[in-house]
Unconditional design. Structure first.
Length: 229
């Protein structure tokens, strides 16, 4: 909780130095929502640790997909991210000066956490091949989302090709929908953005399924999955 609160306060304070109260509120909401995304993405390196624990060969030997096992054991990250973001928001909002439809925040956080979870599982399917790069990959992806996803500055300030990348990743659409909910309340535009967030998360989840299947079938075929990396 201390880490999450410090993360949000740091960028909100930067907004105060750079752009005044408006940017403080913008960065505050952006980083509260990004905290939920960060937790859900954490399933990537955490799931890859299964190989270091020595249980991966047993899972590969089983005749079914590994994804349900990995998805189930790390799904608590979704609840953790949503819970932490709500608590941090509740603690800091009075001091930041937020006023809006605060009771709709969990709706946006759920969409963002689920969307990011799909990408997190895809990162797990990649990093499980090279455990040492799991945390590096996670940090690179998360801070890329923070940089271009509209957390501290609007995505529109970037070149068109960067904007297109942001639209294919989680967080961007979910954050737009959450900002809309908090400002204007329930609307078709807000739920449209949240729906896109869930759709993107589903696509990444399906890509994770393909990644795990490719990895497990290759391991069964050539016997390359050892008890350690």
């Amino acid at each position: 909780m201390v880490r999450s609160a410090a993360f949000v306060l740091f960028y909100a304070a930067m907004g105060l130095l750079v752009g005044g109260e408006t940017l403080v509120l913008y960065a505050f909401i952006g980083n509260v929502v990004a905290s939920a995304s960060q937790s859900a993405l954490g399933t990537g390196p955490d799931t890859a640790w299964e190989r270091g624990l020595g249980t991966l060969p047993l899972l590969v030997a089983a005749p079914h997909s590994m994804l349900p096992v990995f998805a189930g054991r790390s799904s608590f990250y979704i609840v953790q991210g949503i819970g932490e973001s709500i608590v941090v928001f509740g603690l800091l909002a009075p001091f930041i000066g937020f006023s809006g439809h605060w009771w709709l925040l969990p709706v946006g956080l759920i969409a963002v956490a689920l969307g990011s979870y799909g990408l997190g599982l895809f990162l797990a399917a990649i990093s499980i091949r090279r455990l040492r790069f799991g945390n590096i990959l996670f940090n690179f992806v998360f801070y890329t989302l923070v940089a271009i996803g509209g957390v501290n500055v609007a995505t529109e300030v970037f070149p068109e090709w960067v904007q297109q990348i942001a639209k294919l990743l989680p967080l961007h659409h979910g954050l737009l929908g959450t900002r809309d909910l908090l400002t204007n309340g329930i609307s078709s535009s807000a739920f449209g953005e949240l729906g896109l967030e869930l759709l993107i998360g589903t696509v990444w989840f399906l890509m994770a399924l393909i990644g795990f299947r490719t990895f497990s079938e290759g391991g069964r075929r050539d016997g390359t999955i050892d008890l350690a990396e």
